[in-house]
Write a protein that binds this ligand. Structure first.
Ligand code: PGA
Length: 257
């Protein structure tokens, strides 16, 4: 089952208007073919979404949000409804990132509700899952991630607006990555879980790897079976590094034929 690769940048709480120059550069590099056939997405902070969308307009670069509320509107000071992201021109939203699960106590149930509302509003949800170092060392990585998938992924919205991201928490921002074997084993497990949830359609869902992806390890990580792209934090803040990762797809595609 051919799945279109996705290289997604998560700017987290970084980025001022002066940093939009990076998005301009990313757009130019995408248009110049640096990412090959891969889809390229940047999720800047909410304050920059509208301007980023304007910059990306007419190109193949997509813009997304980093979070949204689980309701469509109402008295929720400081929050953004999915329809507001859509209105601003976003097409994707990252949900259930481990930093939000830790900083804001987001549970699987809440992430699932957010994903349902986001998908109903027309956004594609990138739902993040991943284990802690302690959980991996205790041999519980698959059981933890399996629970997160079954708890966080809405099973009644189909697969068209669903992307999964496996992000081992201990690999985020640390410069440490799992072995290729461990990534392969986890992604094969995720694929089985998706097939269990969605039947054959589970094979169409893209599963990204995230956690210390850099230009130097991108070819190795992206070459692993069932890894359909990357969710990139730190290295997405500069166009050169980010597009260096996206370029891994071009070189892989040329190696594979
Ligand atoms: P990192 O972050 O690339 O800086 O490790 C990844 C993420 O949190 O999505």
């Amino acid at each position: 089952m051919a799945r279109r690769s996705l290289v997604a940048g998560n700017w987290k709480m970084n980025g001022l208007r002066c940093d939009l120059a990076e998005i301009r550069e990313i757009r130019e590099m995408v248009e110049a073919g640096h990412a090959g056939a891969a889809e390229v997405l940047i999720c800047p902070p909410s304050t920059l979404i509208r301007e980023a969308v304007t910059i990306a307009q007419g190109s193949r670069l997509e813009i997304g949000g980093q979070n949204c509320h689980h309701l469509e509107s109402g008295a929720h000071t400081g929050d953004l409804a999915p329809s507001m992201l859509v209105d601003a021109g976003a097409r994707y939203v990252i949900l259930g990132h481990s930093e939000r699960r830790a900083d804001h106590g987001e549970t699987n149930v809440l992430v699932r509700r957010k994903a349902s509302t986001a998908m109903a509003a027309g956004l594609t949800a990138i739902i993040c899952v991943g284990e802690t170092k302690e959980e991996r060392d205790a041999g519980r990585a698959q059981s933890v991630v399996g629970r997160q998938i079954h708890g966080s992924v809405p099973a009644d919205h189909g697969v068209d607006r669903l992307v999964l991201a496996y992000e081992p928490i201990w690999a985020i921002g640390t410069g440490v990555t799992p072995t290729t074997h461990d990534v392969a084993v986890m992604h094969a497990f995720l694929r089985r879980e998706l097939n269990e949830l969605f039947g054959e359609a589970g094979s169409t869902v893209r599963v990204l790897y995230g956690g210390s992806v850099k230009p130097g390890n991108a070819v190795t990580l992206m070459g692993i079976a069932d890894v359909d792209g990357a969710l990139v934090g730190g290295a997405s803040l500069t166009a050169g590094d980010f597009m260096g990762i996206a370029a891994a797809y071009r070189s892989l595609a040329s190696v594979q034929g």
